[in-house]
Design a protein around this ligand. Sequence first.
Ligand code: ADP
Ligand code: MG
Ligand code: ZN
Length: 614
Amino acid sequence: MKTEDKSPKKPLIFYYLIAMVVLMLLNALVFPMLMSTPVTEVGYNDFLNMIANKKVKEVAMEDDQILFSATDDNGQLAIFKTGRWPDDDLTNRLLDSGATFASVIPTQDSPLLSFLTTWVFPILFFIAIGQIMSRMLAKRMGGNALQFGKSNAKIYVESQTGKNFSDVAGQDEAKEALTEIVDYLHNPGKYKNIGASLPKGALLVGPPGTGKTLLAKAVAGEAKVPFFSISGSEFVEMFVGMGAAKVRDLFKQAADKAPCIVFIDEIDTIGKKRDSASGIGGNDEREQTLNQLLAEMDGFDSTRGVVILAATNRPESLDKALLRPGRFDRRIPVELPDLQGRIAILNVHAKDVKMEPNVDFDTIGRATSGASGAELANIINEAALRAVRMGRDAVTQNDLEESVETVIAGYQRKGAVISEKEKRIIAYHEIGHALVSARLKDAAPVHKITIIPRTSGALGYTMQIEEGDRVLMSRDDLLNQLTSLTGGRAAEEVVFGSITSGASNDIEKATQIARAMITRYGMSDQFGMVALETVNNPYLGADTSLMCSPETSARVDAEVQGVIASAHEKAVSILTANRALLDKLAQYLLEKETVTGEEFMAILEKEDGAAKLP
Ligand code: ADP
Ligand code: MG
Ligand code: ZN
């Protein structure tokens, strides 16, 4: 990827180098020209010889030396000096040789040079030092401390993002919506002729890791136009007014480069709702930045071929003004991938990785329901790393399955010490989940059970895989899930008569499901189809707020307890009825540590067959 920094900051060393070169040039060329003739020092003997040979022209006596001009060996007139020596006869001998007596022989530095060295250079030197210091200060303070109002926005023009739509798997609807923008950037004339104007901005909305940034880059790549990218957080500056200056700068640069794409990532950082409540001394800076952005978008001539894309995963927190017509009036949802999408994403990322021919992305896709594109990309990479660690030269299905757990459940914790007793409890707990769901009608089949701990804190892990992608869950499905979730704790009770902290995660999930059934899905007998809670942000999961009176809320809590309790009761009765099977499976898991769904079902069916025979 080629990036070109629009406001290059040359390092300090650069200025030092320039100074060095200038000094060297002065030394080599300029100073010698300013100097008068060089003075050669000779011995007193040579001086006397030169007098005898009548070579000396002029002589000047100084306090501690004798300066004289004479013709040198090449017949050129040159200036010499020698020390003084008690020599009474010197005057006569000089007179005889025809030399003249002078008071001064001009050998000193020229007045111009001495003026330069005593005045001009020192002053220049201090000015230079001052410059360098202020530059360093400005740098340390993270901006142009001495130049307000001028932005040093880190705006990158990536002339080629190197991405296009084929890099984005799935997301067909989003791609379709963006294709129009690409077409517009290719030939804006077509749109202008008919009088159509494209929306100025499009907002990519979706949970983290679903490929919003990737899509924006792909649009630039497809349209082959420059791509200005800036993250919302970069607008939030140390000095008030800098954010707004950056916005101004960004749009000015974009106008110069049109047609182009301006991409504002994580726009919610500046585009948050402006509420008067946070009033006094609130975030004035952010508000100014937002206002500037709105002003720029309004003042923008959309026929110029600049398209503004933005991305966010908190659309509900955006200021309404941003979503008004003429601004980001087009919303492009970028959702978590479905089964087909997941398989496609796995394939895209597997393109550059050596895979064994028999790897089956279908299984992996099914095991990763709810995973984002970023997580799937990570799974492929983890699998490749694992293959390298194991000294293999291609990725196997096993690598992929391991990395699903690594990415989704945390790294396998090697060498973690767990006592035999704890291990037994964990094995029974996990088999409890698996056995309960196997005994329920229409519950998701078990894919894998393991008691190898993960660094995420999970001590064991029972992976259940749905047959297809579920869009609708029936009341029975949800009750099945609840019963399976309580199966772990139920097994501990049935077998050991005591309970452990190992079920905390199950309890949390079960509570969430039970609450949602009652407050949002209208699945309780007591309340029926009354919404008791609203979801604040569909992308950030369990962020809900209550919509009912405190009395009702207390009744909801009671009903949540009731639903979970009856699920738990059911799990206990299933496990009690299947006690022998529970022991057998737990023993098997203890030995093997990891049991596949097929092994699990084989044991189950063998036992069931034996039970039916007599
Ligand atoms: P977002 O901006 O929505 O948080 P990114 O665009 O930064 O997500 O996605 C992160 C990474 O995840 C991408 O660089 C890419 O490797 C992978 N990724 C996400 N979605 C997809 C997809 N639909 N197809 C291929 N790769 C994807
Ligand atoms: Mg992003
Ligand atoms: Zn559990």
